[in-house]
Design a protein around this ligand. Structure first.
Ligand code: PEP
Ligand code: MN
Length: 264
């Protein structure tokens, strides 16, 4: 298997005193909201603005994203703030539209990683591009399924690949919305040591109070970065309100995190 040092080298371009940081709302809601958050993140350690445009919701009836319209908001935010952008793609049409609107990084959601047919279609749609792709773990604790998705992108010559650990679903009441199962990403890293590993504490926690401790655990395990849901008015967010934090809180968290085992 080829290694992914291309992406790791790319990550090194960012300030090495801080983990690579992706932040922004769970969902793009309005143009004003996207720009407001982007401007608040502009002069911080954040390198990439995230916002979901197509939102896979477990049950119907919830806000399912603004759709392609949101891509022009991301493009505008990028132009005005200089932040790179990322959004979730869940089929080849999403890929085509995201490429057209110059989204820098595409992420594969946890409900997509479970489906080899869809992963294959997305990987083929990206063949021949130099896009960066971040692959979230599948919702279920199945390492082979996660590895399989990574391999499908490699096989289409996509070189800039990273993985996002967002926890695993389970039944019943738990401290976490999605159980971290830290051993699974550790096992994945053993197989692909050059694959940058990013923590999504927001979807693991489901609750903003747990974000800091999850980030600290990940840093102690030498993770490369974070994707953290950040909203100017978290309590009134249209999706995932309980787990989002403000840009000010994000700044506090990143300042308080200590790097104990920094990669050389
Ligand atoms: C998200 O990042 O907003 C999202 C839907 O994540 P996941 O695929 O991890 O549930
Ligand atoms: Mn979310």
């Amino acid at each position: 298997m080829e290694n992914t040092s291309a992406l790791r080298n790319w990550l090194k371009k960012f300030d090495s005193n801080h983990p690579f940081l992706i932040a922004g709302p769970c969902s793009a809601e309005t143009e004003e909201q996207v720009l407001n958050i982007a401007y608040q993140l502009k002069d911080s350690n954040v390198s990439v603005l995230r916002a979901g445009i197509w939102k896979p919701r477990t049950r119907p009836g919830n806000f399912e994203g603004v759709g392609a319209l949101g891509l022009s908001w991301l493009e505008k935010a990028k132009k005005e703030t200089g932040l790179l952008t990322t959004t979730e793609v869940a089929n080849p049409i999403h890929v085509e539209l995201a490429l057209k609107h110059n989204v820098d990084i595409l992420w594969i959601g946890a409900r997509t990683t479970v489906s080899p047919f869809v992963v294959q279609e997305i990987a083929e749609a990206l063949k021949g591009t130099d896009k960066t792709v971040l692959i979230k773990n599948p919702v279920n604790p199945d390492l082979a399924l996660w590895l399989g998705a990574v391999e499908r992108f490699y096989k289409q010559d996509i070189k800039n690949i990273g993985v996002i650990h967002r926890g695993f679903s389970s039944y019943g009441e738990n401290k976490y919305r999605n159980i971290p199962e830290w051993q699974i990403p550790i096992d994945l890293q053993q197989k692909f040591p050059d694959l940058p590993l990013i923590l999504d504490p927001s979807h693991i926690a489901g609750n903003r109070k747990l974000i800091f401790e999850l980030c600290q655990t990940a840093l102690d395990l030498n993770y490369d970065g974070f994707m953290i849901e950040t909203h100017h008015d978290p309590d009134n967010a249209w999706s995932d309100a309980a787990q989002q934090i403000t840009p000010d809180r994000l700044k506090e968290i990143t300042e308080q995190l200590t790097t104990r085992n920094k990669k050389s």
